[in-house]
Design a protein around this ligand. Sequence first.
Ligand SMILES: Nc1ncnc2c1ncn2[C@@H]1O[C@H](COP(=O)(O)OP(=O)(O)OP(=O)(O)O)[C@@H](O)[C@H]1O
Ligand SMILES: [Mg+2]
Length: 479
Amino acid sequence: MSHHRLLVVDDNRDLAQGVALILRKLSDHIAVAYSAEEALELIEQRPVDVVLSDIKMPGREGTSLLDCVHERWPDTRVILFTGYGSIESSVDAMKRGAFDYLTKPFDNDELLVVTRRALKEIEDEEEIARLRAELRGTYGFHGIYSRDRRMLPLFDAIRRVAPTNTTVLICGESGTGKELIARAIHAESQRSGAPFVAFNAAAVPETLAEAELFGCKKGAYTGADRDRKGLFLEAHGGTLLMDEVSSMPAGLQGKLLRALQEREVLPLGSGSSVRIDVRVIAATNVDPRRLVREEKLRRDLYYRLSVMRINVPPLRELVENIPLLANLFLERLVPEGQPSKSLSPRALRLLISHDWPGNVRELQNVIERAALIARTNEIGPGDIVIEDDDLDWRPEGEESLAYEEAKRQAIERFQRRYVEQLMEQADGNVSAAARKAGMTRAALHRILKRLGLTSEDAALGDDENLGLPSLASDRPAQS
Ligand SMILES: Nc1ncnc2c1ncn2[C@@H]1O[C@H](COP(=O)(O)OP(=O)(O)OP(=O)(O)O)[C@@H](O)[C@H]1O
Ligand SMILES: [Mg+2]
């Protein structure tokens, strides 16, 4: 049932009321007028969405009513009733911009079909206007969408850094959009006409990775069956994304550093180096300072890469983006011309309550699966399948353990997660971490030791030696 207002106009009272009666099927808001003048008075008092009017009426005719309505209420749809056989008047009606016409005598179905179509068009327009308004609250930049203002500084950083040749280090959990951001930087830069090339350092043996990055001469190593240009040269004039820099073997990190400093590369098995003109963007899903501390990332390379650093927030911190991105991905899945799919309010609530360890990519996968499973165009909570592979938090078969053992394990998991994050925030400084957590350095140290998280340099401090009492109970309940 529509909430839209209809007005029936005919000097034939019986016919007008008959039409109004049939239209009750579509809307509760139906008015009747017996002349064009009366109709205009009614519309004046309260605008209507659809006018259905006879053409032939004493006084002002239907076509004149149409002109008048269009001039003052351009969004109102007008449907005209034309006399049988009067082709001229129907053509005239359409020319003047009537939504449609009905030739008298028309049957109920014809009347309903045409009116429904008019209402549908109005509803579609309202929906588009609503989406536009919603979109106005949305920030979009080279395919990166956000409703959260916290992404604005990030867009700003992209814009600022793009025209320069500075190396950029993008940090963010996996699936937060680091590659998307790297591509945006490339697209915003003067290099956008040249290639954007991505290299993922994870799990590539050093020799292969070196050949892939810097190129190689045929026979430079076993398996080098041809000359290779290397990604640095392929990206010439453009941008090279070094994904997961931390996974790069140490030797390769050194060579990368040299390439960045000297602006030239030495292909494997070649005697002479080649000049390069490439902007390097690096990405990591682990805090780079921690990588440096753990000696997985060379400190000098870190400084070189992080001239400009961009931090991408995880999805759980941008809750408003969950519905936005879910709908965006859903829209992209439906081919043009097919009915759109939507998420039920309960499905949306479910999405919002999840903490998305896999971030935007996980959300995208969940939506794609849901669209496949859903039997109707509305996706319900039952279609949302979130794989809980976060074993750290929900160990399988927990309920099969004795209570005390399950509790001990749960506490240890909590301690591990808590302490790891704490130490990361405190840059590995035990004293600072202990202060932050409100416990003594000794207590924290005991926990670190038991969890096997102590590093050599975190030697026992004075307070331990002084035997200060521990403020925090660090001992999990034992049976
Ligand atoms: N803000 C966003 N708006 C639209 N799409 C996004 C947004 N963020 C991420 N995506 C999409 O999510 C997916 C994952 O993004 P991307 O590959 O850039 O993440 P990543 O941080 O590089 O992940 P990983 O660490 O696993 O390499 C892509 O399909 C990307 O288009
Ligand atoms: Mg990536």
